[in-house]
Design a protein around this ligand. Structure first.
Ligand code: DC
Length: 230
């Protein structure tokens, strides 16, 4: 069976990764969460005190990236169910999902040199096809020729509720729905208005509004689209 590239783009917390991960596992494809890579760069910047107030010490971050001091990779979790994100060899999967990172990641993802750095790696990961990648610019900037492109949407309130439930389930105690909703709206704004590779629906992407769909329904829907392409 021919291998293809599957690009899943959309707003934050709209369930892209759940459906993308599941499809990849079922059909034996590699799964890449590009948002995790932007989050890992953000964590690096936080750990190295590169934020001062609202501004980012861009030159310092750029110099470290150019000097090869920021390496991002993935490894399968011990139970083999999910990929963990590694920053310079250390598993940071839990840290990159915390609000401290969520509130800083969009400005980092808007920096052209960060996008260039990560886009190169993402394109390399898909050279042999057989990949499901989720993010904001997969079908537009990373793989404009992807065979299957999906653009996922859901209301901001529903997405905030999903993120809230996820954090509570992970044992986070200090979370507020209102803060999450605010963060979701801010990120939507930055992600869709930035100069480089903003979140937009590719002309040839299929739109999926999953506001009122169950996870099982989304998975089924995606599998059907995949089968149409292969
Ligand atoms: O999918 P996520 O919420 O984990 O993504 C984190 C941030 O990274 C999000 O605010 C936008 C950015 N991002 C991006 O700019 N391009 C991508 N391909 C993936 C994520």
């Amino acid at each position: 069976m021919k291998k293809i590239i599957i690009a899943i783009d959309g707003f934050s917390s709209c369930g892209k990764s759940t459906m993308a991960k599941d499809l990849a596992k079922t059909i034996g494809y590699i799964y890449v969460d590009t948002g995790a890579m932007y989050r890992a760069v953000t964590l690096y910047a936080l750990e190295h005190s590169m934020f001062s107030g609202e501004s980012i010490k861009e030159e310092e971050l750029k110099a470290d990236i150019e000097a090869g001091k920021v390496t991002i990779s993935f490894e399968l979790s011990e139970d083999g169910t999910r990929p963990n994100t590694l920053l310079n060899g250390k598993n940071v999967e839990k840290e990159i999902r915390q609000m401290t990172v969520s509130t800083r990641v969009s400005p980092i993802a808007a920096l052209p040199f960060v996008r260039e750095f990560l886009t190169r790696q993402q394109q390399k990961m898909g050279e042999k096809k057989g990949i499901v990648m989720d993010g904001r610019d997969v079908g537009t900037a990373i793989f404009p020729d992807a065979e299957l492109k999906v653009y996922v949407t859901a209301s901001a309130e529903i997405r905030a509720q999903r993120r809230y439930d996820e954090l509570i389930q992970k044992g986070e105690k200090d979370v507020s729905y209102d803060d999450i909703l605010k963060n979701v709206r801010e990120r939507d704004h930055i992600d869709t208005h930035r100069a480089v590779a903003p979140l937009v629906k590719a002309d040839d992407a299929i739109e999926l509004d999953n506001s009122h769909m169950t996870i099982a329904e989304q998975k089924e829907w995606l599998m059907a689209r995949y089968k149409e392409r292969c």
